[in-house]
Design a protein around this ligand. Structure first.
Ligand SMILES: *Cc1c(COP(=O)(O)O)cnc(C)c1O
Length: 459
């Protein structure tokens, strides 16, 4: 009768997820188990492990989406099988990707009636690399046409995110990282002349510097490059790494000219999964015009009998994030994005005020004028009874993840702490953080490094 019993739940005894063979042992970590196990139990056990990761809504270090509406979860589920590369099999998903590129191009003021050229990627890292590759190819073509050597390309930038260091190493480009000046939060226009030369494939400007959350002054950087072109004839394009700012500036700072309104801006990348509010796994890159994307970099795959250009480092890639990005555009509209980020900026301001009111802290960025975030440092680290690393650890006792880290090259002696406010991080949550921040500081100031924590329970 064994065959009869297979898959027949009705007469199997009740099995508790925590009283099964798989539940009464360490979970396998080196070798696939021989036997199958009930889905419920395995799910419960893995879910329990994941809980050790901490609570992402208290992760104030990340720029990435940690909250989404139930409809987004449903669409992601629906799209589990959508492969972005199979334009032929999933033409409507491909169409949705194209709509997103056009919407984003419009958001960034792409010129002309023609559709902007661009694509989705896994994130800003891949998007930046595609932008960088296009810069390198165009520079090389120009040099070859002029009979000049092409063996020493360089890319000029300020304190960039690690993806540009990767780009430089993977694709053999010298990264000329301009040191941060005292009291600067990013690259400054007057610094360019010293670093740009005939081998410069482009300048990367950052809208939302990872360390300080500020925008680099893209318009002023472009003007400095205009002046360099007048004086030397060097025509150096800008790629804007708007990983985080690309979905903030259009709504909170429409007057800031950083995008395709500036003729020198050739391409822009942004992370859909950061302030774009899509789930993890999507970035975007857009070029001002089709001719800025060299033909040799584009591969053709067949698309409903026609052919579809693709430019990507990966082949197969999930489509759900892109569909969810489209959902978010339609669902929120410009009004929704503006409201969400105006609220985030107000919350950032309230945290900034609380930090400003605390002894021993110096505010570096108050969340106004660029990303909704707050960054601070200690007024006098030498005399402070604690470091910001101690404070990070103390806040962690309450589940908060607030990173402390040194500023980049040339200002490494300055340690800062940063809090990012995103969709789903409420005013009240940040008020609770403020309370915990004050108690943590009081405790740290009180005792020798890490005095015993007070009991946390009050029954
Ligand atoms: C986050 C970030 C990146 C990398 O983006 P991913 O989407 O995580 O790959 C690149 N540049 C800047 C400025 C960033 O903030």
């Amino acid at each position: 009768m064994v065959l009869h019993r297979i898959g027949d739940d009705s007469d199997t005894p009740y099995e508790d997820a925590y009283a099964l063979a798989i539940s009464e042992q360490r979970l396998p970590r080196f070798r696939m188990p021989e036997d199958t196990s009930p889905a419920r139990a395995v799910h419960a056990l893995i879910r329990d492990e994941l809980a050790l990761d901490g609570n992402s809504s208290q992760n104030l270090a990340t720029f990435c989406t940690t909250w989404a509406e139930p409809e987004v979860h449903e669409l992601m589920d629906l799209c589990l099988d959508k492969n972005m590369i199979d334009k032929d099999e999933y033409p409507q998903t491909a169409e949705i990707e194209s709509r997103c590129v056009r919407i984003i191009g419009d958001l960034w003021n792409a010129p002309g009636a023609q559709s902007p050229t661009g694509c989705s990627t896994t994130g800003s890292s891949e998007a930046g690399m595609l932008g960088g590759l296009a810069l390198k190819w165009r520079w090389r073509k120009r040099r070859e046409a002029a009979g000049l050597p092409t063996d020493r390309p360089n890319l000029v930038c300020g304190p960039v995110q690690v993806c540009w260091e990767k780009f430089a190493r993977y694709f053999d480009v010298e990264l000329r990282q301009v040191p941060l000046e005292p009291d600067a939060t990013g690259l400054r226009p007057h610094q360019l002349r010293e670093h740009v030369d005939e081998n410069t494939i482009g300048v990367v400007a950052i809208l939302g510097v990872t360390y300080t959350c500020d925008y680099e002054p893209v318009a002023e950087l472009a003007a400095a490059l205009d002046a360099i072109e007048r004086d030397t004839g060097l025509d150096v394009p800008i790629h804007v790494d708007a990983a985080s700012g690309g979905f903030i500036a259009p709504f909170l700072h429409p007057e800031v000219e950083w995008d395709f309104r500036l003729p020198r801006v050739a391409s822009i990348n942004a992370s859909g999964h950061k302030y774009g509010m899509a789930p993890l796994g999507v970035g975007w890159v857009v070029w001002r015009a089709e001719e800025l994307l060299p033909e040799e970099l584009v591969f053709r795959v067949s698309y409903l009998g026609g052919d579809m250009p693709t430019f990507a480092l990966n082949f197969s890639r999930p489509g759900g994030e892109i569909v969810a990005q489209y959902y978010t555009f339609l669902r929120l509209g410009r009004e929704g994005y503006r409201k969400v980020y105006e609220a985030a900026a107000r919350t950032a301001r309230s945290l900034a005020e609380q930090v400003r009111a605390m002894d021993g802290f110096r505010l570096l960025y108050d969340g106004q004028g660029a990303l909704p975030a707050v960054a601070w440092t200690l007024t006098d680290p030498q005399r402070s009874p604690f470091t910001l690393y101690d404070l990070t650890e103390r806040l962690r006792l309450r589940g908060w993840q607030v990173p402390a880290y040194p500023l980049p090259a040339d200002r490494q002696e300055v340690v800062v702490q940063r809090v990012l406010i995103r969709h789903g991080i409420s005013f009240d949550k940040i008020a609770l953080l403020g309370q915990d921040l004050r108690s943590a500081v009081a405790e740290l100031a009180d005792g020798p490094c890490g005095a015993a924590p007070r009991p946390g329970f009050h029954h």
